[in-house]
Design a protein around this ligand. Structure first.
Ligand code: ADP
Ligand code: MG
Length: 246
């Protein structure tokens, strides 16, 4: 993409992440502009979750630069995290608390409180379709409901960027369709979205841009406009087999 690095919301330069000298990300350069909805694709082990963790300040780069909204990681990680809502593999919710209690807990972590927080929590629960189940313990929730509550949690502090790591994994058709709607709405609200997924049909239609990570480098990066499920599946097969054949 032709995003100018100076104006990028996410600016990654020469990013290297190695575990025990084994490089997982090899000098990655990537910029994401405000308002983009990026699908991050790639085979298992290609480094998608590693990249998300680095961008959230949960892991430190071996080398390279990460700047988000002008703030630099790792030294300004609090300012970076304030701009990011994360929906990871794990729901990051307390089983023995109700949905409302979970959101109150996370709200306080973000220094939100009082009647403003109560009203906000209620509005978030309505948004994700859980208003009637707000007082139920989270351990009684289905996978789809957990995913929706995770999104409410991730959006509670009104972050500019929403990052989701394989949010469709384990969801049935109905729950996936509900998630489609929530992501479209978050994007329409002006949020920038970075989502890893193995769901190629969705990656072809939902996002504005598709990136394929393969063996620690970006093997493909293009606008999603005009893509369909079949052409993306072909591109994906070409990019991932080309790199693994090296
Ligand atoms: P993806 O999310 O694309 O499936 P990951 O980012 O989870 O891939 O992992 C990329 C590679 O990094 C894998 O080979 C994985 O084993 C390795 N890896 C991830 N986290 C660690 C860690 N904490 N220590 C050692 N190796 C790790
Ligand atoms: Mg992963």
């Amino acid at each position: 993409m032709s995003t100018n690095s100076e104006h990028a919301l996410v600016d990654i330069q020469g990013l290297v992440k190695a575990y025990d000298l084994l490089p997982i990300l090899r000098k990655l350069d990537l910029t994401i502009a405000r308002g983009e909805f990026v699908a991050l694709l790639g085979p298992n082990g290609s480094g998608k979750s590693t990249l998300i963790r680095l961008l959230c300040g949960l892991s430190r780069p071996t080398a390279g630069l990460i700047r988000i909204g002008g703030w630099e990681l790792p030294k300004e990680s609090a300012a970076v995290r304030a701009q990011i809502g994360l929906v990871s593999h794990k729901p990051l919710l307390y089983d023995n608390l109700s949905a409302i209690e979970n959101l109150q807990f996370f709200g306080r972590l973000y220094n939100l409180s009082g009647s403003g927080l109560q009203a906000h929590i209620q509005a978030m629960l309505v948004k994700v379709g859980l208003a009637k189940r707000g007082h139920d313990l989270v351990r009684t929730y289905s996978r789809g409901m957990l995913q929706r509550l995770s999104i409410a949690r991730a959006l509670l502090h009104n972050p500019d960027i929403l990052m989701l790591d394989e949010p469709y994994t384990g969801l049935d058709q109905d729950a996936s369709t509900v998630l489609d709607g929530l992501l479209k709405e978050a994007h329409a609200d002006g949020r920038t979205i970075l989502m890893t997924t193995h769901d190629l049909p969705r990656a072809a239609v939902l996002p504005t841009r598709v990136i394929i990570l393969s063996r620690g480098v970006i093997g493909y990066d293009a606008s999603a406009s005009g893509l369909d499920a079949l052409s993306l599946a072909q591109i994906y097969a070409n990019v991932t087999s080309m790199v693994s054949a090296r």
